[in-house]
Write a protein that binds this ligand. Structure first.
Ligand SMILES: Cc1ncc(COP(=O)(O)O)c(C=O)c1O
Length: 477
């Protein structure tokens, strides 16, 4: 039977959309807007001022009934959306741990967006599979990881940690004679989870998602820099999952991996290292000592979108035990076509994924081994420069600046808080806050390749002005 003729109205709607796939004017406008943004970002207010935030009202409209023109849609986004962005690709954004975006990686991302590949299987995208394999090989070489290590490319460290802990849970239980994938956790033998008191919030989230219980953990005290105290780690065994970190989110401190991982290997304990931004220290001859012994662990999570300055959405799970990771991420279906080549989805929770290997590959290719080392060193040196400049201006630094993180106090919590508010409003630079050792502190994360010595100087001036204004505000009744 012949299919029914489609309504002519639907046909013309879709015909218009099809025509715009190669619409030069549309994509030239997009590239014009993007270049305009890139060229102005360094001088944009780092956080959008109230006038820019007010423009967000322009987006408030009911769901359109009919297709809209793409060019005015793009113009709306650029005119009212670009000013309301956080200028984190400039050189004076020091919030959270957000990296910049290297041009070489951004450019290939534009092209790969046009490809719109599904990275799940080799048959879905041979080029993406090829680049994933290459990135896996390069990462092992760059970081000095065991030859058996495999890499899954995920959205960020939250998911990478979830994958590492899933593999750990399932492997420890498999060795105890239990198949978690088939039987779940009901009635399973107990496994013990040991974490440092300063483990990142996403570790606890992963534990709760995995049914391991965010609160059912042995918490080992941490020292004043946030490093797990080795002497207080309980006796390890082969029913234990131990979670360590390379780079504390506040101080940047690294757990002492060598003594811990050596014991853990003897005991059959699975060690996972959350190295969201700090794992890259291993790629710098000047900073590698911070990670000594980390290669003895079983799994590692890391972000390319932080220290490495790949564009966002670029996390990696690295696992020494291929079979354990693959078993935990398994999936089957009659229509799925596994190949002799790399099928990326066997290492990740998702089936369909964007081709993030493209940006990772371009980032590694743009930097090379020495470029990665230089980038890591530059971020760390700039953090030291920032801290030293602030000390000269009478601020107190509350951590040992061993990596890229700096914690700052102005003395009283009220003065620190008001100074931070003034910094954030100034548009000159942007920092967040934390409570460290019971004290409210300003938190600086130097994470962008764009940050120069001049940016640091300008930011220190912003700190000084913000504190001067804060003193005047506090004195007023
Ligand atoms: C130590 C640490 N772990 C995990 C995360 C979460 O990473 P993501 O936001 O990429 O999921 C962060 C984020 O800053 C972090 O610093």
């Amino acid at each position: 039977m012949m299919p029914k003729a489609k309504s002519s109205r639907n046909q013309s709607l879709l015909e218009n959309l099809r025509r715009s796939t190669a619409d030069g004017a549309l994509f030239e406008s997009a590239s014009h807007a993007a270049l305009n943004y890139m060229r102005s970002v360094a001088e944009r207010p780092v956080f959008p001022p109230p006038s820019a935030l007010a423009k967000l009202d322009h987006f408030d409209e009911p769901l359109p009934d009919w297709p809209g023109d793409a060019i005015p849609t793009l113009a709306l986004l650029h005119e009212s959306g670009s000013p309301a962005t956080v200028a984190q690709t400039g050189g004076r954004y020091f919030g959270f741990v957000n990296g910049g975006a290297l041009p070489a990686a951004l450019a290939v991302k534009w092209l790969a967006d046009v490809w719109d590949q599904n990275a799940g299987m080799f048959v879905g995208s041979p080029i993406t599979s090829t680049l994933e394999s290459l990135c896996e090989r390069w990462l092992k070489d760059l970081l000095g990881l065991p030859a058996s290590t495999v890499a899954g490319l995920v959205s960020g460290t939250s998911i990478a940690t979830l994958c590492g802990l899933a593999a750990a849970r399932d492997e420890l239980l498999r060795q105890a004679g239990w198949d978690t994938c088939a039987r779940g956790l009901f009635g399973a033998p107990e496994i013990r989870v040991v974490v440092g008191a300063q483990a990142h919030a996403t570790v606890f989230k992963a534990l709760s998602l995995l049914g391991l219980g965010a609160e059912r953990v042995v918490v080992v005290p941490a020292d004043r820099q946030g490093r797990i105290e080795v002497a207080r780690i309980p006796k390890l065994d082969d029913r234990t999952l131990l979670i360590l970190q390379a780079g504390n989110v506040n101080t940047g401190a690294f757990d002492p991996f060598h003594p811990i991982c050596t014991e853990a290997r003897k005991a059959g304990t699975w060690v996972h290292i959350d190295g969201a931004f700090g794992l890259w220290a291993a790629a710098s001859p000047n900073r590698r000592h911070l990670t000594e012994g980390f290669e003895l662990a079983d799994s590692w999570s890391v972000d390319a979108h932080k220290t490495l300055n790949a564009p966002y959405d670029n996390g990696i799970i690295l696992c020494r035990h291929r079979d354990a990771l693959v078993r935990s991420m398994q999936l089957s279906g009659s229509y799925i076509v596994f190949s002799e080549q790399r099928d990326g989805m066997i290492y990740t929770p998702e089936m369909s994924r964007r081709a993030r290997a493209v940006e990772l590959w371009a980032t590694l290719k743009a930097l090379g081994r020495h470029g990665v080392a230089a980038l890591v060193d530059e971020l760390c040196d700039n953090a030291k420069l920032f801290a030293e400049g602030l000390v000269q201006e009478g601020f107190t630094i509350c951590n040992d600046v061993c990596f890229n993180q700096v914690l700052v106090s102005c003395g009283s919590p009220e003065l620190t808080r008001t100074t931070l508010q003034n910094i954030q409003k100034s548009g000159e630079c942007w920092c967040g806050s934390a409570t460290w050792q019971g004290q409210f502190v300003i938190r600086i994360s130097v994470c962008s390749f764009m940050t120069t010595g001049q940016d640091i100087e300008r930011s220190i001036r912003a700190f000084v002005n913000a504190r001067k204004n804060a003193l005047a505000q506090i004195k007023k009744p």
